[in-house]
Ligand binder design. Structure first.
Ligand code: ATP
Ligand code: MG
Length: 236
């Protein structure tokens, strides 16, 4: 898989549309301090599903939108598109080029597009995890984080290895299944307490039904006996 292009518009310091092409091999983004090099990495992380504002170096996701400067007013939305080539994973996705676009609006609403089609965040995160493209592993090593990688906790290291091995997606599915199981258990508890509530009523209704059946039996018997009796009387 190869990240071929990043298109940024209205994200952080990128007020106007910028398209960065990454030909095969090693690419370097060079610029003076504060020129927006790390913002490119933030844009990449953001599309790949980074949730933590701290990791995106902002205080809230709407502040990722260009906030204006002396030349340009603030933007209304931030849009970043990533183009991946050579996916070569027919077992996961049947196309070889993947375009992932994320947009955030001033009101906080976010939209995702997967190859230009509307997509849900959940599907995208799952797809990226199965392509080993999450945000927690070693795919992105940002400024200052090489040191972090060396001194992360065993738990964080486990997450990294899981991501490299493609276990993240399974882990997420397992968590979702566990949540479903938990919900089912809660529902089961509700149902059994309902059953306990209804059972006494059911028992007394059952008694009524059996009395009703007996009444029918007695009525039939009475009818037969009275027919016999009046038949006999008539003869006498
Ligand atoms: P360094 O070489 O020091 O690491 P850098 O090239 O990585 O610098 P960045 O951290 O990417 O620079 O960019 C920082 C710049 O982005 C700052 O000037 C900051 O004002 C600007 N910036 C961040 N968020 C926004 C925003 N929402 N709107 C406008 N500008 C922003
Ligand atoms: Mg930087």
């Amino acid at each position: 898989m190869h990240l071929r292009e990043i298109e940024i518009k209205g994200f952080k310091s990128f007020a106007d549309k910028v398209v960065l092409q990454f030909p095969k091999g090693i690419s370097a983004v060079v610029g003076p301090n504060g020129s927006g090099k790390s913002n490119v990495v933030d844009a990449l992380r953001w599309v790949l599903g980074e949730q933590s504002s701290k990791n995106l170096r902002t205080d809230s996701s709407v502040n990722l939108i260009f906030s204006g400067n002396e030349f340009k007013p603030a933007g209304q939305s931030a849009k970043v598109k990533l183009v991946f080539d050579e996916i070569n994973r027919p077992d996961i996705i049947d196309v070889n080029t993947l375009e992932i676009e994320k947009i955030i609006y001033k009101d906080g609403k976010t939209e995702y597009f997967l190859n230009k089609k509307d997509a849900r965040q959940k599907d995208l995160v799952e797809l990226l995890a199965s392509l080993q493209l999450g945000t927690k592993g070693l795919s992105i090593i940002s400024q200052g984080s090489i040191e972090n990688i060396l001194k992360v906790s065993p738990q964080e290291r486990k997450v990294m290895f899981e991501e490299i091995l493609g276990l993240r997606q399974l882990e997420m599915k397992k968590d979702a299944s566990e949540r479903k199981l938990q919900n089912t258990n809660t529902n089961l508890d509700k149902v059994s307490s309902l059953v306990n509530e209804i059972l006494p009523h059911f028992r007394s209704l059952k008694r009524y039904v059996s009395r009703f059946d007996k009444q029918k039996e007695y009525q039939d018997e009475l009818l037969a006996l009275s027919q016999k009796y009046f038949g006999y009387k008539h003869k006498v």
